[in-house]
Design a binder for this molecule. Structure first.
Ligand SMILES: Nc1ccn([C@@H]2O[C@H](COP(=O)(O)OP(=O)(O)OC[C@H](O)CO)[C@@H](O)[C@H]2O)c(=O)n1
Length: 416
């Protein structure tokens, strides 16, 4: 057990040098990240306390007791130092400032065409005004007290109708022009593949993979992770890794997808859902993850667990059956749920695709599954976007228009 003063070297190259209480970072310490960033300050329950104050009336105190010494180590790098001390940590009791904030928006599906309807003709689609709603979202984000450091764009940026009108390039340029003032992380949805080939997308501005992590999962899978703030990781997943959309008919991914789809869907039109319940997900406009991507996700989460980070996953397709209409569920949702359930660091799974939105809190794991309402089915006098303010212990999602406000407290498992 790590207890007292010592240094822990993490497998990814980061290190924490400071005080431990029963395997938990508590008291004073320095965390050095592999990229050279460092944080020196107070720690409590594994988390940083950057809001140390000097104004007595705003403080309450927490007493951290340290005693004994280290008796185990990671590798052979621990310094075994006997230590007995009591430390008082002062914590700000005033309303807190978020550590950082980010914006979220889903299914803009812009096209310069008149309004239409979804396939079932139950919901109106506002193709032309969706770009106006994006402008309103950008305006709101730019005026936020803590401006979003980045935007999660959850896929289906432009609508498939553009392809039929030979307007794909024009439409995507128009929307990306609006987004040029922000750092957008783009997720790919089915409408990306109606408009563009996977090769084109990988070479385009819709590939927001940060430099350096390009080849992590393999050149043909669009998945990456980034850390906008120490202790927080975001993972972008490729929901059309195993799919008919965007894969060459001769490719293994296409053949694997066709075999899977044909097993469950006997309809001539593979976009027509088979059966009822969860079987409905086996349609051509959905997709799934390859073993390769799942194993990459597993390895990223092993690393974030070890660092006691909080992870948010962004993906076009929802993966929890209680957070979406089953028609919109990822094909192998059960396999990805098994992976994220086997780790402690995931706090939130954000998706789009189901324009009606959805939400489910998985009590077993403490993971919040949020499916964002689609801009495309949002009337021009409303909107569908969010700003998420991130604190040490929670994320506060402030929704606009059809998106509801929510608070996601981080599960104890990623705090200890
Ligand atoms: N029963 C159905 C449903 C759809 N199709 C065809 O499938 C393609 C994709 O449908 P679409 O509604 O455009 O996909 P979105 O990603 O915009 O929306 C997903 C969810 O439905 C939103 O709630 C399209 O070509 C449809 O015509 C079908 O054949 N049979």
């Amino acid at each position: 057990m790590k207890h007292g003063q010592g240094t822990l070297y993490y497998p990814d190259g980061s290190k924490f040098e400071g005080t431990w209480v029963k395997d938990v970072r508590e008291g004073h310490g320095v965390y050095a990240y592999p990229n050279g960033d460092m944080y020196e300050g107070e720690w409590l329950n594994h988390m940083r306390y950057p809001r140390m104050l000097t104004h007595a009336h705003t403080l309450f105190t927490l007493t951290v007791k340290s005693h004994d010494h280290f008796s185990s180590c990671c590798g052979n790098k621990f310094v075994k130092t006997p230590i007995v001390r009591r430390q008082t940590v002062m914590v700000d009791a005033r309303p807190q400032q978020p550590l950082f904030a980010f914006g979220v928006i889903a299914d803009i599906q812009y096209a310069d065409i008149d309004d239409g309807y979804n396939f079932q003709r139950t919901n109106r689609r506002y193709y032309r005004s969706s770009i106006e709603l994006l402008r309103n979202a950008l305006d709101s984000w730019s005026k936020a007290a803590v401006r979003p450091g980045f935007i999660l764009q959850l896929g289906d940026l432009i609508d498939g109708h553009n392809k039929l009108l030979a307007a794909s390039d024009r439409a995507v340029d128009a929307v990306l022009k609006e987004l040029c003032s922000v750092d957008a992380h783009h997720v790919w949805g089915n409408h990306e593949f109606y408009n563009f080939s996977r090769d084109w997308l990988l070479r385009s501005k819709l590939n927001s993979t940060p430099q350096g992590s390009q080849k992590e999962v393999g050149s043909n899978v669009y998945a990456y992770h980034f850390s906008p703030y120490p202790g927080f990781t975001f993972i972008v997943l490729d929901a059309y890794d195993v799919a008919l959309l965007g894969r060459e008919e001769s490719s293994p991914g296409y053949r694997e997808a066709l075999t899977l789809l044909r097993r469950f869907n006997k309809n001539d039109n593979l976009n027509c859902p088979p059966g009822v319940g969860l079987l409905q997900r086996f349609v051509m406009f959905n997709g799934g993850f390859s073993k390769k991507q799942l194993s990459w996700l597993d390895s990223v989460l092993t690393s974030t667990d070890e660092r006691h980070e909080k992870v948010t996953i962004a993906c076009h397709l929802p993966v929890h059956p209680n957070s979406t209409d089953p028609l919109c569920l990822l094909w192998n949702f059960d396999e990805v749920l098994a992976v994220i359930r086997s780790h402690s660091s995931v706090v939130c799974f954000m998706a789009g695709h189901d324009h009606d939105g959805g939400y489910y809190f998985d009590e077993d794991t403490g993971i919040h599954h949020v499916t964002f309402e689609g801009v495309i089915e949002t009337p021009p006098d409303s909107n569908a976007f969010a700003i998420v303010s991130v604190y040490e212990d929670r994320m506060e999602l402030k929704g606009s228009g059809r998106v509801a406000d929510r608070v996601f407290f981080f599960p104890q498992s990623c705090r200890s």
